[in-house]
Design a protein around this ligand. Sequence first.
Ligand SMILES: Nc1ncnc2c1ncn2[C@@H]1O[C@H](COP(=O)(O)OP(=O)(O)O)[C@@H](O)[C@H]1O
Ligand SMILES: [Mg+2]
Length: 398
Amino acid sequence: METEDFVYRRKERVALVAIVVVASLAVACLLVAFSYYCYIRNKLSKRHNPHKKDKYEEKGSFENLQVATEKGLQVFTFKQLHSATGGFSKSNVVGHGGFGSVYRGVLNDGRKVAVKFMDQAGKQGEDEFKMEVELLSRLHSPYLLALLGYCSDNNHKLLVYEFMANGGLQEHLYPINGHNDVNLRLDWETRLRIALEAAKGLEYLHEHVSPPVIHRDFKSSNILLDKNFHAKVSDFGLAKLGPDKAGGHVSTRVLGTQGYIAPEYALTGHLTTKSDVYSYGVVLLELLTGRVPVDMKRPPGEGVLVNWVLPCLTDREKVVQIMDPALESQYSMKEVIQVAAIAAMCVQPEADYRPLMADVVQSLVPLVKTHRPTSKVGSYSSFSVPRSPSQDSGRAST
Ligand SMILES: Nc1ncnc2c1ncn2[C@@H]1O[C@H](COP(=O)(O)OP(=O)(O)O)[C@@H](O)[C@H]1O
Ligand SMILES: [Mg+2]
């Protein structure tokens, strides 16, 4: 009787175990089936709507991201830049230019940046955006403004740069919105150092990269100043790759800013590195005189800066008369004469008579007491066109 009972209980236990095992297997099967269902559903919905993404989360394509990472540029989401600039708030606007508004911003990692928000529609804006990203990802010099990254989604194009606390050079030379505290004007030593550093930026573009890069929009608002008033050249949206052959030119549409455009380029559209040298000469004249390149409200004969100062630049007596009154005669006359002579050569109507930027740098170095080491000319990752031996020996000239 006892044995029978024991056998019965054993059978009962086996049946229970069997039920538990079968039930567990059934649950496991259900889970697998459900996961597979979810996977298929997800796949189908992606196929039907491949662009379904949050507007703000839209990133550059994987391809873009990879290329940009290779170039050392960061690809930002619109949301990141939106929050870095306080929602592009008006209080963070530091300037407006041809490309759009420029905002001050702080990235998540604490880096201060300037964010340029393109508001220019059409091909011109697209081309400038591409040129800026393309060139600045390859050009590296302490005298060129660094591009940290960009954002390019369907609706928005933004460029992210290192922040230059003292803004554009022109803001320190002449009042733009009617008031400019004369006490904050740049002293002579600082002006000389800025002239040298900007010259080194152009020298790098013309002589240290191959093919040379012609800036095409060199002007005082494209020389930016950091918190210690060290200068960097910015804005490569209009830049052109120069001719491979020494002495050649590229033919192109005349673009640039009134007052800075070399006469032969304006007349013929023939662009050479000497066109930048002319624009550089105009900036030297702004540093000397504290005047805008073109101001038709000035008395007759003084409206176009180059025409007004050219006859005075090589005359010791006359140079004093054109100097910026904000300097209050606090300069060495010897240095002023030298800078005026360099400026006169740079703005020569005949391009052949203008110096190379390397010559300008050579002439300015002895005038600047505390400049950055000259060996620091920066690095460069080559374009597809290799530098020919003839170019290495002979510098490009017109
Ligand atoms: N990286 C930067 N850091 C600080 N300020 C900047 C920076 N880039 C531009 N700015 C400011 O924004 C202004 C407009 O710049 P930009 O769009 O380049 O126009 P433009 O060169 O035609 O004046 C500059 O004059 C400068 O004051
Ligand atoms: Mg600019």
